[in-house]
Ligand binder design. Sequence first.
Ligand SMILES: [Zn+2]
Length: 272
Amino acid sequence: MLATPPGFQSLAVPIAHDAPRAFVFRGGELLVREPDLALPGAAAMKALDLPAVQVFPVGVYEKEYCCTAWVAKDVAAPAGHAFRSLRSLFGRFDDRLLSVAGRAFQVADWGRNHRFCGACGKPMAPVMGERAMRCECGHVAYPRIAPAMMVLVKRGDAILLARNVAVAPGGRMSALAGFLEAGESVEEAIHREVHEEVGLFVKDLRYFASQSWPFPGSLMIAFTAEYAGGEIRVDPAEIAEAHWFGPGEALPDLPPAQSISRALIDANLPGR
Ligand SMILES: [Zn+2]
């Protein structure tokens, strides 16, 4: 499961640095050196020649200053480098570095999306010492973090796994998940989503853990819940199939090891 590495220190003030650890994003793609997937060095950064307004401080990791930047969609990778989707680096990047990259992506994506004020349309400027952008009209924008709930429903020794409509038949199944609506508590979102997605009622919600998930700026808040009634009736707009998996039954393809969904399932395997 991804987590902020021990010793990482967040920074909202940029540091002048000749060779920072630079996370450069083109949309959801990270710039890496080929073929060893190292972050770009000083020569590659010089070739990109990024304007300061596109560069943001991230923090200090392993005593090295980390910054992040966004580039336009039509920017080509410097020689010997390539833009790789952050998702494709799961399992290929060290998990601690992947966690810092996920944080960097959220900062870069926020910077790119807040160049202009959402209230009046004028250019925004970073607030020194804060992770914030401010407009002369007074509007302040902070990185948007969208809370989402995840719940593994249990019935006796069995667990409920579902396949999203976006996943091909026979593909990955997982716990239920969904974004919170404005005005809702996490618990209310769990009851609503479980009933909307699979037609069931649940009780005895138990907090499991939370995880920052950078696709795009989610905070996944995971629970287990006990079955309390109803028959499985999937919402075909969201869920292709949902089944109970009991002890001894073969499990389907599960989410990657870096995800909280996998940690939630592994901690609650049928019959355990
Ligand atoms: Zn404004």
